[in-house]
Design a protein around this ligand. Structure first.
Ligand code: HPA
Length: 273
């Protein structure tokens, strides 16, 4: 159980480093989009290792730093590198940075991921607006004594992915002439990809995409009263959909290929949040 004092200590250390800058939107970016941290204007970069109680992300391609500054005229904090349960982090640890940024004043979060397409109408390279998620496996990031400073014991998840933000995303896609899919993201802890039978199960349960992140972060953000906008890049069709094996390289290549389109969408959404 991480004590509230740890969150406050991290927030205080960050406040000292960003001298008066108040971020509005936290961006937790998945494969291929971490580079958005590099295009932040007037950046203040803080490596995770310099923030008390922060864990360092080990996933390949994840830099492990927070970038504060401006994107599309909004004050943002970009997490370059997120934590996954499969790396060995607890769900509580995965939620830690989100709560710290909440203490710094962030009331909105954009979260992205690469995931496997479960919906047979989807294609590799599609971007899906997350309208809801399913997280059946393993415990909640909110397990343990509730920290009332952040939110209530039994938080409502009915509008976790903020409806007004979804509208903003649809409008942004339209402006850009970009096809935006919509659907339900189903969380799987990984690191192994799902089996074809698990993917059929996911489809039966109403999932449109399967992936190994996002849901824990969204739950923590929702609990502490943040508004959430989530997108999935369909980096591969999920196991069993096509007669071929999956690989991490394929995921990264698809994420890189989509990065310009995907980042344009985020930059267009930002002023509307
Ligand atoms: N399954 C789970 N996570 C993923 C996938 C997938 O097919 N693709 C990218 N991340």
């Amino acid at each position: 159980m991480i004590p509230f004092a740890y969150y406050e200590e991290s927030a205080a250390a960050l406040r000292a480093k960003i001298s008066g800058f108040q971020p509005e939107v936290l961006m937790v970016l998945g494969s291929g989009l971490g580079y958005m941290g590099d295009i932040v204007e007037d950046p203040i970069v803080v490596p995770y290792g310099e923030i008390p109680h922060f864990k360092v992300s080990t996933a390949p391609g994840h830099k492990g730093q927070l970038v504060f500054g401006t994107l599309s005229g909004r004050r943002v904090a970009v997490m370059q590198g997120r934590m996954h349960h499969y790396e060995g982090y607890s769900y509580e640890e995965i939620g830690f940075p989100i709560r710290v940024l909440r203490l710094l004043g962030c009331s909105n979060m954009i979260v992205t991921n690469a995931a496997g397409g479960v919906n047979l109408d989807f294609n590799v390279g599609d971007i899906m607006l997350i309208t809801d998620h399913i997280k059946l496996f393993m415990e909640s990031p909110l397990r343990g004594p509730n920290l009332e400073q952040f939110g209530t014991r039994f938080p409502d998840m009915s509008f976790l992915y903020t409806p007004a933000f979804q509208t903003a995303a649809r409008e942004s896609a339209k402006e850009l002439g970009l096809t935006l899919r919509e659907g339900v993201y189903m969380y799987w802890p990984g690191p192994q990809f799902e089996t074809p039978a698990e993917v059929r199960l996911a489809r039966t349960l109403g999932a449109d995409a399967v992936g190994m992140s996002t849901a824990p972060e969204a739950i923590v953000a929702g609990h502490c009263g943040m508004q959430v906008l989530g997108f999935t890049l369909v980096s591969n069709m999920a196991a069993g959909v096509l007669p071929q094996p999956l690989s991490g390289e394929e995921v990264n290549a698809a994420a890189e290929a989509a990065r310009e389109r995907f980042s344009k969408l985020l930059l267009t959404c930002l002023p509307k949040l």
